[in-house]
Design a protein around this ligand. Structure first.
Ligand SMILES: [Mg+2]
Length: 399
């Protein structure tokens, strides 16, 4: 199919809930809801998001950094900003930005090395607070989680009150601020948490949902990345209202299975459950090429942006893995993978690049030209942290 050969990099990972193109179950659910049986009971979902998390932790622990533009991440040539303080954001510095660009837009920028063990500790602290309210916690990263509080352990009636209590507790225990979005599903609560940042909260009631979504710029939609945004713009879709005007057939034709997801979120409908045990097993990116490749040089060249994508994700989220897997799809669609595991988690882009290059070299001479290459990381540092409680119900605190 031609659509498979668009040359668009796809990234999957812990960032955000699975989108339809990586989560067929969700698409099934969306399809099923097409012929909506009976209205399910209204849920109460909170999205909690720490404010400028890594940067705030650094400013908390080092008073000299307070009030200054701070970027957590490497300052070197290939460095990427993992998090930017609000002072830095005023200069347009944001996460995933190359450090070189960040320094250019904000010459005063102070680079701080990330301390993921500290972030993870704080993450456990906030998770413990969440778990006093519900066991339905789905983390998106170290600093973000969905909470389903429809049935909450404290019997609090209003989700807005729970959000306020949780944010107050986070402040008391960590001296860090969090923002929260409150609504009836994951999509809307995620959109809501952005509204009153930092240190605020916002509720989207079912009544407000249609107009809220209608006025949203398409690039703001959770689950619509930059490439998709550009494509939508080309199709005349700039806002939620434009998206809602498109038929499900039109969206499916242009965006495949994802089109069905877009169709529903344009209506503020998202039936994905909050999944407490959703633990990603791998983080990876791949690319299908315009032309099939044959030489080692060509292939290492095209691997570079794929590895960048994987590493940028690692830099941003703190995820590290011990196993690097190279995926190769030949011209005839036969697919093979080759993996190598190392003792300690790979800590740099170069580490991933070196192992990928070795795995690739081991495949030469290739039997046929190659149409797709992918690199993924598994054996993630997010898997091993199952924490159980001795007393009371077993709560899933896995990251
Ligand atoms: Mg955050």
């Amino acid at each position: 199919m031609n659509t498979e050969r668009m040359g668009e990099l796809k990234l999957w990972g812990m960032q955000g809930p699975a989108m339809p193109d990586t989560d067929p179950d969700h698409t099934q659910a969306a399809l099923a809801s097409d012929a909506l049986r009976e209205p399910a009971r209204q849920r109460k979902v909170i999205h909690v998001d720490m404010d400028a998390f890594y940067a705030s932790v650094e400013q908390r622990d080092n008073p000299a950094l307070r009030g200054r533009p701070v970027a957590v991440g490497g300052s070197r040539e290939r460095g990427v900003v993992a998090a930017a303080s609000y002072e830095a954001r005023r200069f347009g510095v944001h996460s995933a930005m190359p450090s070189v660009t960040a320094k250019r837009s904000c010459p005063e920028l102070v680079f701080v090395k990330p301390r993921f063990d500290v972030y993870k500790e704080v993450s456990l602290q906030i998770r413990a607070i969440f778990s006093e309210y519900t066991s339905l916690i789905e983390p998106l990263s170290l600093d973000e989680a969905y909470l389903d509080v429809t049935e909450n352990l404290k019997g609090v009636e209003y989700a807005t009150q729970i959000a306020r209590e949780i944010r107050a507790r986070i402040w008391d225990e960590t001296s860090l601020t969090a923002s929260a979005g409150i609504s009836v599903n994951k999509f809307l609560s995620k959109m809501a948490s952005d509204q009153n940042k930092p240190n605020g909260q916002f509720v989207i009631t079912p009544d407000m949902a249609p107009s809220f979504v209608a006025s949203l710029r398409i690039g703001k939609f959770h689950g619509i990345g930059q490439k998709t945004e550009e494509k939508m713009n080309r199709l005349g879709i700039f806002t939620g209202l434009d998206l809602r005007a498109k038929s499900v057939d039109f969206l499916r034709q242009n965006f495949g299975k994802s089109g069905i997801y877009y169709y529903w979120i344009a209506r503020g409908i998202d039936e994905r459950p909050v999944q407490p045990d959703r633990v990603r097993k791998s983080v990876g990116a791949e690319n299908t090429f315009e032309h099939d490749l044959s030489s080692y040089e060509e292939m290492t060249e095209v691997l570079a942006p794929i590895i960048d994508k994987v590493w940028n994700h690692c830099a941003r989220t703190g995820i590290r893995g011990r196993t690097v897997t190279l995926k190769v799809k030949y011209q005839d669609f036969q697919q093979i993978t080759r993996s190598r595991s190392v003792q300690d988690e790979v800590q740099s882009r170069d580490g991933i690049a070196r192992i990928s290059a070795e795995l690739l070299a081991g495949l030469f001479p290739m039997p046929r030209p190659v149409r797709l290459l992918g690199v993924s990381l598994s054996g993630l540092n997010t898997e091993a942290d199952e924490v159980g409680t001795d007393d009371g119900p077993q709560l899933s605190l896995a990251f």
